[in-house]
Design a protein around this ligand. Sequence first.
Ligand code: COA
Ligand code: NAP
Length: 296
Amino acid sequence: MSGQQAYSYVEKCLDSYKHVFNPDILRDKVVFITGGGSGICFTITEVFLRHQCDAVIVGRNVERLRKSADTLIKATGRRCLYYQVDVRKPQDILNAIDETLKVYGRIDFLINGAAGNFLCPLESMSYNAFKTVMEIDTLGTFNTSKAMYERYFKNNGGVIINITATLHYRGQALQAHVGSAKAAIETLTRHMALEWGPDRIRVMCVAPGPIADTEGMRRLAGGVLPEALTQRIPIQRIGERVEIGNVCLFLVTSMAELLTGTVVVADGGSWLASSNDFAKRSELFTSMSNHSKSKL
Ligand code: COA
Ligand code: NAP
């Protein structure tokens, strides 16, 4: 099954949103967000639109992007463009940026959220499986950031937020591919912050912990974290998508102007206390995956 065929879920906007910042704080700014058609990045987009930003969401599944853009526009009254982009293909990204600039005339924020994940032990991971995740997550982040730099940020400044994770801080069973990819993104973030700082570009990562109602949670934990594991999290619960949206919102405001080259871990302390039970995860892998161990 290809990645593009795997979803039929239609995204929904929040039932209500409580503004803490001025609801006008992003008026007429523009956010370009990879992976914005679904999950966490859909809600980050919604939070930005609810602060009067305009948006561009990109991904591979154009039908889902269309529905998501429609939903976002109806809920917020702001503009939301969408383009079919595979972040592994620089020309797709360049085209989408050029089209965006034709319509909006500016881009202020880039959020790199496109990613792929599945549970897989190293011993049964194919060469192509590891490569695919590195290419979507790490190369995708590089490709999009570089394209944005060349086309607009070099001359105009901007803010880049890369969505990572916490699983590489200790190493997480069945996540070597994603851990490697996210670790590389966090390192790339520091390099970009260093080289592009003089061009008035800030670059940061947001590293979510487990977030409810997401594809990531469905793939990695079967959708719901068992109560016993939730109780180990210092704040006693997993995160909500909107909380990641709020963190990203803060990072693009002038209140965060000293922040660059750094990672904001937004996980309620989860990774400090998370379990790493290889046997349990292997069981989950076996029950969720139809990939045989003879992939190599
Ligand atoms: N376990 C082991 N290997 C897997 C796998 C799984 N669950 N799913 C895919 N792979 C392997 C494939 O077998 C293939 O390797 P092969 O050529 O050696 O057989 C390789 O990964 C690429 O798979 P393919 O389906 O061709 O890739 P794609 O580019 O169409 O899709 C994925 C990328 C695999 C990451 C897909 O799951 C996806 O699109 N994910 C996006 C959504 C997502 O993961 N959300 C969670 C974010 S936290
Ligand atoms: P999701 O809804 O599946 O989001 C992933 C998005 O990436 C999809 O919209 C997908 O759209 C897009 N994408 C995948 N491959 C792409 C490609 N080659 N080119 C362009 N777009 C591509 O999953 P999520 O759980 O919300 O995850 C969002 C982000 O948060 C990811 O970076 C993930 O690693 C991170 N994260 C999630 C959790 C969690 O608990 N869910 C925890 C930590 C970190 P298309 O299929 O249309 O391309």
